[in-house]
Design a binder for this molecule. Structure first.
Ligand SMILES: [Zn+2]
Length: 100
């Protein structure tokens, strides 16, 4: 079985294709949840319309990696809920010139 899927961008931990992305079969039209280490926030960004939503992880700068990972896991369901509901209704299309 060959893997023809493109790698996810750096820092992306979850992706939800939007209804527009499904309609034109473009997996890049997605809501992506990203986390930057020690930022304290999960960020869900729609690549169709650029709307975004931050979810606080309540992380602290001195958190050891295990605790940081735990905080991200705890905050993830809320970020997923926003990403899922946004992806279900977002019909934003990419501009024909390729700019997002
Ligand atoms: Zn959108």
């Amino acid at each position: 079985m060959s893997n023809t899927q493109a790698a996810w961008p750096e820092g992306v931990i979850a992706r939800y294709i939007t209804v527009a992305g499904v309609a034109i079969a473009d997996p890049e039209l997605a809501v992506e949840i990203t986390y930057t280490s020690h930022s304290g926030w999960l960020t869900a960004t729609c690549r169709g319309c650029e709307q975004d939503e931050d979810t606080e992880t309540h992380g602290r700068l001195d958190d050891p990696p295990e605790l940081e990972a735990e905080r991200v896991e705890e905050a993830l369901p809320a970020a997923r809920t926003w990403a899922q509901s946004h992806a279900e209704k977002c019909r934003a299309m990419p501009r024909p010139d390729g700019a997002r």
